[in-house]
Design a protein. Structure first.
Length: 443
């Protein structure tokens, strides 16, 4: 009964188009005339499928496929989201989802990792920006839509998915079994690299990012006077435009942050910094790499053009387009590219990305030898029998505080030891502090 009803519906639709295409096209612009003819062709093809295809056709599936094809023919970022997919997107921007923890795109027809989300199953397995996903659960990703790939990769916590990865520059493929987990998008992480020098990492831009960043700054200020910041935007795939603007506004007190321009005049917008918006004025270094995309490029571009920070790392991803999510009446949604964005200097970074002020390629840390060596014994005062006690250590609370500080220091040292880009950023930040220190002015 449903099939007959669909047949009648589309036959009626076809007849309507045919009727309109002859007498009604007089005086209609050529572009619209062609659109009517193309819709007529689509309706005819659908009717032929329903009548003559070897198996029964699922009309909803066919139409959904046609919509997906229409959108993906435009660019890699426009897509159609079924109601469940649209709901997942809304949940993701609010704080969490269940999956393996990667941002993906389609590059040159190949499903490619934009960046892994720090601390997730994919990150722990060593998946990195630029990796190509060849198969998912033994299904080839060739011609697979972005939304379908996302849907397969996500799933219940504890379930497994097998992905076949190709690392650029290598000949072999790697099959990885990834256990899905809840991906909590705590978008801001922080630690003190040295007294007064704060490390801030933004993993993505979601609804709470600006608030979380302000809280991290406030906490650091309570611990002592801040002298500088390393803002880490590496492997940050982007997120919400308004959050990127608000984050940049924290570090700028005037001027354009970003502008957007689209075919629709409503998409032409200019976002500016606000004076007295809690701006932070001390020296900054921003870390970026090929996994820094979209919203993170907005922040880096604004801080670079205003000479507010020194950008360190490698050329960014180059996603200079804005996607608008449009809800549909049936609960679905369309992610549609509606504008390009431009840095304060009026430059589009689409394809080209942002080139750092100081280019520092990441170097893999040297693997420590597993060969066992004879231990070197060091005798210290505390090892001598009957040594004098440090009276200050009698304070249990003081002992715990010192132990905590020592562990935090050790964590920082370990991080610096395996991250040459962060080491470079810290050296630059210390140099900026020395150059701006009071009493250093030339006579």
């Amino acid at each position: 009964m449903k099939t007959m009803r669909n047949n009648k519906l589309y036959l009626f639709f076809t007849a309507l188009l045919i009727l309109c295409s002859v007498p009604c096209l007089a005086g209609v612009p050529d572009e619209r005339q062609q659109t009517y003819k193309d819709l007529e062709t689509f309706a005819n093809v659908l009717t032929l499928l329903q009548q003559h295809y070897v198996d029964k056709v699922d009309t909803d599936k066919v139409i959904t496929g046609a919509i997906n094809g229409m959108l993906t023919s435009l660019d890699p970022h426009s897509s159609y989201m079924q109601p469940d997919d649209f709901k997942e997107l809304q949940e993701e921007t609010r704080g969490s989802f269940s999956g393996i923890g990667i941002e993906i795109t389609i590059r040159n027809g190949i499903l490619t990792v934009v960046s892994p989300i720090e601390g997730t199953p994919a990150y722990r397995l060593g998946i990195r920006a630029g990796d190509q996903i060849i198969r998912i659960n033994n299904e080839t990703t060739k011609d697979m839509s972005l939304m379908k790939a996302v849907k397969i990769l996500r799933g219940k916590k504890g379930s497994k998915v097998t992905i076949t990865i190709h690392h650029p520059g290598e000949q072999s493929l790697h099959d990885l079994i990834v256990t899905r987990d809840i991906i909590p998008l705590h978008s801001v992480k922080s630690m003190l690299l040295a007294p007064g020098l704060l490390y801030l990492r933004i993993t993505n831009f979601q609804t709470t990012t600006t608030k979380d960043l302000r809280q991290a700054l406030h906490k650091a200020e309570k611990q002592g006077q801040l002298k500088g910041i390393v803002l880490d935007l590496r492997d940050n795939p982007g997120g919400l435009l308004d959050q990127a603007v608000k984050v940049a506004d924290i570090f700028l007190d005037r001027g354009v942050i970003v502008s957007t321009h689209g075919r629709d005049p409503d998409q032409d917008m200019i976002f500016e910094a606000h004076k007295g918006n809690g701006s932070v004025t001390f020296p900054m270094v921003v870390l970026v790499n090929g996994g820094s995309a979209s919203a993170s490029e907005i922040v880096a571009g604004a801080l670079k053009d205003h000479h507010r920070a020194i950008i360190v790392g490698t050329v960014t991803f180059g996603k200079g387009s804005v996607q608008t999510v449009i809800p549909m009446a049936n609960g679905a949604g369309i992610r549609l590219t509606t504008a390009r964005y431009y840095t304060p200097n009026g430059s589009s970074i689409q394809e080209t990305g942002i080139t750092p002020d100081v280019v520092v390629p990441f170097q893999e840390p040297v693997q420590q030898s597993t060969k066992k060596t004879s231990p070197v014994w060091e005798i210290r005062e505390k090892d001598l029998p009957g040594h004098l006690r440090n009276n200050s250590l009698k304070n249990q609370k003081g002992q715990q505080a010192k132990k905590k500080n020592a562990l935090e220091r050790q964590k920082v040292e370990q991080r610096l030891a395996r991250d040459n880009q962060l080491r470079t950023a810290l050296i630059i930040l210390k140099s900026l502090n020395i150059a701006q220190a009071p009493g250093k002015k030339e006579e």
